[in-house]
Design a protein around this ligand. Structure first.
Ligand SMILES: Nc1ncnc2c1ncn2[C@@H]1O[C@H](COP(=O)(O)OP(=O)(O)OP(=O)(O)O)[C@@H](O)[C@H]1O
Ligand SMILES: [Mg+2]
Length: 362
C-alpha cells in the first residue's frame, strides 16, 4: 500500500495537491494486506506522510427504535419510529488541507465523522448506506483505518495523573515498534510540535483537578494520536470548551499538520474569523444534508448567490451558524429554509461531479 500511495503522490503536482483539482487515481491498487501493517508500528514510518484523499458517496444513516406514541383514545401505542440522520451526503477531503464540518447542533456532523472513521456502532436498528474510499479505490474500514489514520478522542479520556510526557511515552510504547531511544525521540518531536515542552512534566489533570489548561489538555489528546504520524487525522470538536484564543491555537496546529501533507478533518462549533481564515475546505450541514461543500474561501459568495448575504465585516462562521440553525421539532419555516439551502447547494462541489470534471481533462 505504501508503494501505491507513493506512486500516487509522485503523479500530483504541488498545485493539484493544494487545490484538489484534476487529481486522478493513477491506477487501481490493492487493498492493504491485513497481515502487513504498513504504517503503524515502526518509528521510521513516523517520519513519512502519505497523500490520502478521502471520498464519501451517498452516505445515509437511519436509526429506528420503538417508542410509545399517542394512539386513538389517547392510549400509548408502541410504534417503530425511523429517524434519518444522514440523507445521502457526498464529499471529499484532500491531502495537505484542512476540511472543517460545521452546522447546527443535531445536523449530523459527529455521525458523519464517525462513519468516515468506521466508528459507528452497527447495532440493531442502525442502517448505514454509501461508500467511503481512500484514494478512490481502497474502501475505508476499521481494518485499514489504523494503518494510516487516527481519530482524536475527547480529552477527558486522558489519564489525569500522568504528565504530557508520560502520556506520550505510554502511547509510543503502545503504538510504535523500534527501540526505546527512537520512541523517546518521537515523543520529544511531538512535544515540540505541540508547543508543550515547558509543560511536559505538569500533571494533565482534569476539569475537577485543574493543572494543565484546557487548551494544553486538548493538545495532549491530539499528541497521543499524532505519535504514529497518521496521514489522515479526524477530530470531533477539538476546540469545544476553549476560549477563542486557545481554539485558534488548536486550529493553527491543525493547519500546520495539514501543510505537512496530512488530510485533516474536524467538526467545529463557533470558530473566530481568524480561525475561519485558515480553513481550506468547508462542509456545512443542515438537518442531515449538505448545504455547502468546497473551498472555504468560496462559501460566502455561494450563499450570496442563493440570497443569503453575509454582512460585511462579520464573521462568516457566525453567519453560517445563524442561517443553518434549525429548531426541533421543525416548523414550516424551518423546512422552507432547509429546502432553499439544500436545493441551492451547487452539486459541482460533490464527488460525483468532481469525477466528471476530472474526466473532461483525461
Ligand atoms: N445512535 C443513535 N440513535 C438515535 N439517534 C441518534 C443516534 N446517533 C445520532 N442520533 C441523533 O442524530 C442527530 C445527529 O446527531 P449528531 O451527534 O451527529 O449531531 P451533531 O451535528 O454532531 O450535533 P452537535 O453539534 O450537538 O454535536 C441527533 O438528533 C442525534 O440525537
Ligand atoms: Mg457532534
Amino acid at each position: 500500500m505504501i508503494k501505491n500511495l507513493l506512486k500516487i503522490s509522485q503523479q500530483y503536482t504541488a498545485k493539484q495537491m493544494r487545490t484538489g483539482k484534476d487529481i486522478t487515481p493513477v491506477q487501481p491498487f490493492e487493498e492493504a494486506s491485513p497481515t502487513k501493517r504498513p504504517f503503524s508500528n515502526k518509528v521510521s514510518d513516523a517520519h513519512q506522510t502519505y497523500p490520502v484523499k478521502l471520498t464519501f458517496k451517498n452516505v445515509c444513516m437511519e436509526v429506528s427504535s420503538f417508542q410509545f406514541v399517542n394512539g386513538p383514545d389517547n392510549q400509548k401505542v408502541k410504534t417503530l419510529i425511523k429517524h434519518k440522520i444522514l440523507k445521502g451526503v457526498s464529499g471529499l477531503a484532500l491531502p495537505g488541507q484542512t476540511t472543517y464540518i460545521m452546522g447546527s447542533s443535531g445536523a449530523g456532523k459527529t455521525s458523519l465523522l464517525n462513519i468516515l472513521s468506521d466508528r459507528i456502532s452497527k447495532r440493531n436498528g442502525t442502517n448505514i448506506e454509501g461508500t467511503v474510499n481512500i484514494n478512490d479505490t481502497i474502501p475505508l474500514n476499521d481494518k485499514v483505518f489504523g494503518d494510516f489514520a487516527a481519530y482524536v478522542m475527547q480529552d477527558d479520556i486522558l489519564y489525569e495523573f500522568l504528565t504530557p510526557r508520560e502520556a506520550l511515552i505510554f502511547a509510543a510504547r503502545l503504538k510504535l515498534g523500534g527501540d526505546e531511544d527512537q520512541k523517546l525521540q518521537r515523543v520529544n518531536e511531538v512535544l515540540e510540535e505541540l508547543g508543550l515542552i515547558s509543560q511536559q512534566n505538569t500533571l494533565i489533570g482534569s476539569v475537577k483537578m485543574k493543572t494543565l489548561s484546557g487548551g494544553e489538555r486538548k493538545r495532549v489528546a491530539i499528541g497521543v494520536e499524532m505519535i504514529t504520524n497518521p496521514s489522515l487525522l479526524l477530530l470531533d470538536e477539538p476546540t469545544s470548551g476553549l476560549d477563542s484564543f486557545k481554539a485558534l491555537s488548536i486550529v493553527k496546529l491543525l493547519d500546520k499538520q495539514a501543510k505537512k501533507g496530512k488530510t485533516v478533518i474536524a467538526t467545529l462549533h463557533q470558530p473566530s474569523s481568524e480561525a475561519f481564515k485558515t480553513f481550506d475546505r468547508l462542509i456545512l450541514m443542515v438537518d442531515g444534508n449538505i448545504a455547502f461543500q468546497g473551498k472555504a474561501s468560496e462559501s460566502v459568495s455561494h450563499f450570496a448567490r442563493i440570497g443569503f448575504n453575509c454582512p460585511i465585516h462579520s464573521n462568516p462562521a457566525d453567519f453560517f451558524m445563524k442561517i443553518l440553525s434549525v429548531n426541533y421539532p421543525k416548523t414550516e419555516e424551518d423546512e422552507k429554509v432547509i429546502k432553499t439551502l439544500v436545493n441551492g447547494y451547487d452539486t459541482k462541489y460533490s464527488t460525483k461531479n468532481f469525477v466528471l470534471v476530472r474526466r473532461k481533462h483525461n
